[in-house]
Write a protein that binds this ligand. Sequence first.
Ligand code: IMP
Ligand code: MG
Length: 180
Amino acid sequence: MDKIVLHDKTFEPFIDNSTLERAIDEVSAKINSDFKGREDIPLVLCVLNGAIMFTGELLKRLDFPLELCAIKLASYQGTGSTGQIQETMGLTSPVKGRSVIICEDIVDTGNTMVTLKKKLLDEGAADVRICTMLLKPEILKDKIPLDYVGMEIPARFIVGFGLDYDGLGRNIKDIYVLSE
Ligand code: IMP
Ligand code: MG
């Protein structure tokens, strides 16, 4: 894999697609065993835009009855968190009384997951679990428990597999890291 340029920045290969898919195999096996034989139908909540590719890969592997819904949140500008979470599209299904599995691309400061989990519980969700493909553990500290984590990575800015740099890079199937 070669370096890529998005807008004004150069990125280098970091995690290849097959490594990501193996991590998704493992995380989906855990979710399948936790949700096996349940009476209720959980809602898988895709956090757009970043989690779109991860959610698609996860859905292919989940083998129990489920429904899909989405919400669109934004907190990043350029290569850093603004610390403010904007809801640019509301929840596409009611969550009252439902068991919700949040599907996120990456947890960095944890602010997005703290805010979203609180919103879902305020709206009456019966149970909320967080599934994230990637985690930058150095920044998260103990802010919120994460139920399912695909892979841990260092606190560097990445793109690809749904993640973007100012809108670009989401369609790249491998993950690239900002060159230092
Ligand atoms: P948090 O609220 O700081 O945990 O940020 C989570 C959100 O920021 C994720 O849903 C991503 O959309 C975005 N984000 C965090 N780290 C990166 C990165 O390295 N590249 C691209 N987007 C990121
Ligand atoms: Mg996201």
